[in-house]
Design a protein around this ligand. Structure first.
Ligand code: PGA
Length: 247
């Protein structure tokens, strides 16, 4: 089995100073041998700051979104080759905040993921149900549909990552129960032919270990807790299997 992935989604938080401080703290913590793949996804204007801090270290850089075209008249958008040139190796696509507030459809998410693949980035394709959908017993169907519509056909599972992020667990302090995470991840892995699936939604140092050890959980996508260096470093440490009972 491949190692775990711990990805930080800073969203629209921070400033120049925090970008330096957080990235430097993560680099100091993982030094030369991180227990997992660590990916930092800062706001686009701080990519160069983080790139400078992680230069020649095992920490990877990611964008938070890219466009579904390689270039063009799309004011405010960022293309996958631009992220690549900025030093990224990953890009988050289809985050529920993009789907919700920017009305992105799964077809658009698939175009973004395809651009990422074309330009040598690993797309982290986000899926997840709303609370109403979960309460209506539709979570599995909603997520299955998002997966089939958002992942480019024929994409090699080595080259992309999925992230299951139940919308009701994002930034709320509520995490999905272990059984729900495990069954949803199994469902996605079976559908997506063995793809790696991260869990996201209120991951904290106190619950990362128990989530990380669930089968079919390839790692975590962390929002709020990734903005606190100590918390994020403890989540990275939870990738050590010997920590899974104690973290
Ligand atoms: P959260 O965000 O960890 O703050 O819940 C996760 C995400 O939206 O990726």
């Amino acid at each position: 089995m491949q190692g775990k992935i711990v990805a930080a989604n800073w969203k629209m938080h921070g400033n120049n100073a925090l970008a330096h401080t957080l990235a430097a703290a993560v680099v100091r913590h993982v030094h030369t041998a991180p227990p997992c793949t660590v990916v930092l996804c800062p706001p686009a204007v701080y990519l160069h700051v983080v790139a400078g801090e992680i230069n020649s270290t095992p920490v990877s850089l990611g964008g938070q979104d890219c466009h579904g075209e390689a270039q063009g008249a799309f004011t405010g958008d960022i293309a996958a080759p631009m992220l690549k040139e900025a030093g990224c190796s990953y890009v988050i696509v289809g985050h529920s905040e993009r789907r919700q507030f920017h009305y992105e459809t799964s077809a658009q998410v698939r175009a973004k993921a395809a651009q990422a693949l074309t330009h040598g980035l690993v797309p982290i394709v986000c899926v997840g149900e709303s609370l109403a959908e979960r309460e209506a017993g539709k979570a599995m169907d909603v997520v299955a549909r998002q997966v089939s519509e958002s992942v480019p056909g024929g994409a090699d599972t080595e080259h992309f990552v999925l992230a299951y992020e139940p919308i009701w667990a994002i930034g709320t302090g509520r995490t999905a129960g272990a059984d729900d995470i495990a069954s949803m991840h199994r469902h996605i892995v079976e559908q997506a032919r063995g793809a790696r699936v991260l869990y996201g939604g209120s991951v904290k140092p106190g619950n990362a270990g128990e989530i990380m050890r669930l089968s079919h959980v390839a790692g975590v996508l962390v929002g709020g807790a990734s903005l606190v260096a100590e918390d994020f470093c403890r989540i990275i440490d939870s990738c050590h299997p010997e920590r899974w009972e104690t973290v």
